[in-house]
Design a protein around this ligand. Structure first.
Ligand code: PRP
Length: 265
């Protein structure tokens, strides 16, 4: 999960590029794992039926057609079908959530510990805390549902733990998305065991339709969310497909052809 790849395409690589764009699993072994039926639900193909508020994005770059053009760096938004929330909408909503969170944290007797869940929460966390004008501590954890194999254990585990001691502290867990709720459920239990006095959750996206476990917050903990997300395959603003697209400043829906071969099981 921690690996980051910069794809620099040469003319000789154009065949590999074409294969990656039609089937990322061919060039990225992690796809096999990430697209299994037990992968996080937000990474599966979208339900085709729900009515959505969608807007076509007029300025999306199309994929390069000639091999000369394919020699260029692949655009960050190649493979995006349309934008669900623009950069401006994301920014405005993050501001709203930050204001709500700041008001609550200001009322606490001591600084809270804001815990980002790597990797997906990195942008939301950074934008959020810069707008919370209250003293706070920041830390990260990593939670994984997959081991070395290709099948989810169904039991997420903490693979990188906190540096900050949260005993007796008010903790705000920051996520990019809550889907089944398994990751957060595991993390909340972990933080509670460490003695956190309250545990809140602040998630950029929430997909309640996918929830499999109900989240039990601790103490006076609150649930904050940016947007309720429709059941589509969304990427950007921290959310990935095959570890890519996290750097998009907006939330987009991935073109089905980017993943349909992998998700046909
Ligand atoms: C994503 C996301 C949440 C989790 C939500 O993480 O960042 O942590 O899935 O899914 P759940 O509610 O079904 O547990 P992922 O494992 O994809 O890792 P990432 O943050 O590195 O993208």
């Amino acid at each position: 999960m921690a690996d980051t790849n910069m794809i620099v395409v040469t003319t000789q690589d154009s065949g590999i590029l074409a294969r990656f764009l039609t089937n990322p699993a061919a060039s990225h072994p992690r796809r096999d794992r990430a697209t299994s039926t037990t992968q996080p639900a937000h990474q599966r193909r979208p339900n085709k039926s729900p009515a959505l508020r969608v807007r076509r994005h007029a300025t999306l770059a199309s994929l390069p057609s000639s091999s000369a053009a394919a020699a260029a760096m692949v655009s960050a938004e190649a493979g995006i079908d349309y934008v669900l929330w623009t950069e401006a909408e994301v920014s405005a909503r993050v501001g709203d959530v930050a204001a709500e969170l700041a008001a609550d944290l200001r009322a606490l007797p001591e600084p809270a510990v804001v815990v980002g869940v790597a990797t997906g929460a990195f942008l939301f966390l950074a934008d959020l805390v810069r707008r919370v004008d209250v003293q706070l501590a920041v830390d990260f954890v990593r939670v994984e549902s997959y081991g070395a194999g290709t099948v989810s254990s169904g039991k997420p585990r903490i693979t990188a733990d906190l540096k900050v001691d949260v005993a007796g502290k008010h903790v705000v867990v920051v996520e990019d998305i809550v889907d089944t709720g398994n990751t957060l459920s595991c993390l909340i239990a972990h933080l509670e065991k460490k003695g956190a006095s309250s545990i809140s959750v602040c998630t950029f996206l929430d997909k309640p339709a996918r929830r499999k476990v109900s989240l039990q917050l601790v103490g006076d903990g609150k649930f904050y969310r940016g947007f309720e997300c429709p059941d589509y395959f969304v990427v950007g603003y921290g959310l990935d497909y095959a570890e890519l697209y996290r750097n998009l400043p907006y939330v987009g829906v991935l073109k089905p052809e980017m993943y349909k071969k992998d998700s046909s099981n």
